[in-house]
Design a protein around this ligand. Structure first.
Ligand code: PHE
Length: 339
């Protein structure tokens, strides 16, 4: 039995030494030390020994088992370390390699300026509303005090889609829709695209953007209009920008004004951008005409209001010193990447 024990031990030791991975060694452990393993089998044969020999043999078998167990554990650790090392080697990252360029999207400059404007007006208590780009003659002109055959229609060259159906020439149509659905006090802005059959050049495009503003309440005066628009201009262009209100004409406001600010290019001295005047026109505005209030069911004896229409494209080209409005619509990535 002793010889058998040492033969098994020797065989096991050699097998362990030859093991190359963890699953092999686990198989060996089961083969020799498991419940049905070969060393365990020897222990089971002890019954056939004499009572004097039994403890001696038992001690020998246990010794052999412990020795093999230690050997297996050692080999297992060694193989584990080896496997780990190989894995790390395979996964080596060269941190000196240049990183892949991550291309991120950006806001279009028109959207950046629009977001700023929305923030300014929201901080003054305005809501943002939306209106359709395809409008009826009724909302785009008639309710705005421009009946058919009114000469003011010539101010805006209109794209007609069908009789009475057109691409809105101004966001002012949204004023009417707002007054029809909301009761005063009203304080809204409506940003959007507008369309006019204009010849394309560096400062004109058949598609451009406006932000309409409307305030209607009891006791609203021209002072409110001036205060709000001056505050807006100072927020956008800086507090040292001068703001000028010039008398003008719009059929849906009375009195009407156009608002100019100091040219941001030359600071008011006069340059190519402001055509030598030192001023840049940024918006049209005025006190809502009583006829417009009436057409929306608001009593002009009780309520008054003011409205304004800001040209977003002009604001954007002057802020970023963009020389040609067409660049805003061509969406050339090389141009847009600069913002
Ligand atoms: N709708 C006018 C335009 O497009 C601008 C404007 C809006 C003027 C509101 C006065 C009041 O020219």
């Amino acid at each position: 039995m002793k010889e058998k024990l040492s033969a098994i031990s020797l065989e096991a030791k050699n097998a362990v030494a030859l093991c190359e991975d963890e699953s092999q060694i686990e198989n060996l452990r089961v083969k020799y030390l498991g419940k049905k393993g070969e060393l365990t089998a020897i222990l089971k044969q002890m019954g056939s020994l004499s009572p004097e020999e039994r403890p001696k043999m038992g001690a020998l078998v246990n010794e052999a088992k412990q020795e093999l167990e230690a050997l297996i554990t050692e080999k297992k650790d060694e193989l584990k370390a080896k496997a780990q090392e190989a894995k790390l080697k395979a996964e080596t990252i060269d941190i000196t390699m240049p990183a892949k360029e991550v291309k991120s999207g950006k806001l279009h400059p028109l959207n950046t300026v629009l977001d700023d404007m929305i923030n300014i007006f929201q901080s003054m208590g305005f809501d943002v509303v939306d209106g359709p780009e395809v409008e009826t003659d009724h909302y785009n002109f008639e309710c705005l005090n421009v009946p058919a055959d009114h000469p003011a229609r010539d101010m805006q060259d209109t794209f007609y889609l069908a009789e009475n159906l057109l691409l809105r020439t101004q966001t002012s149509a949204a004023q009417i829709r707002t007054m029809e659905t909301r009761k005063p006090p009203i304080r809204v802005i409506c940003p959007g695209r507008v369309f006019r059959a204009d010849e394309v050049d560096a400062t004109h495009s058949p598609v451009f953007h406006q932000i309409e503003g409307l305030v209607v309440d009891k006791g609203i005066t021209m002072c409110d209009l001036k205060g709000v628009l001056e505050e807006f201009a100072h927020e956008i262009y800086g507090s040292d920008t001068k703001v000028k209100f010039r008398p003008s004409f719009f059929p849906f406001t009375e009195p009407s004004v156009e608002v100019d600010v100091t040219c941001s290019e030359c600071g008011g001295k006069g340059c190519r951008v402001c055509k030598g005047s030192g001023w840049i026109e940024i918006l049209g505005a005025g006190m809502v005409h009583p006829n417009v209030l009436k057409s929306c069911g608001i009593d002009p004896e009780e309520y008054s209001g003011f409205a304004f229409g800001i040209g977003l494209d002009r604001l954007t080209t002057t802020r970023y010193k963009i020389s040609d409005i067409r660049l805003l619509f061509e969406n050339d990535k090389r141009f847009l990447d600069q913002f």
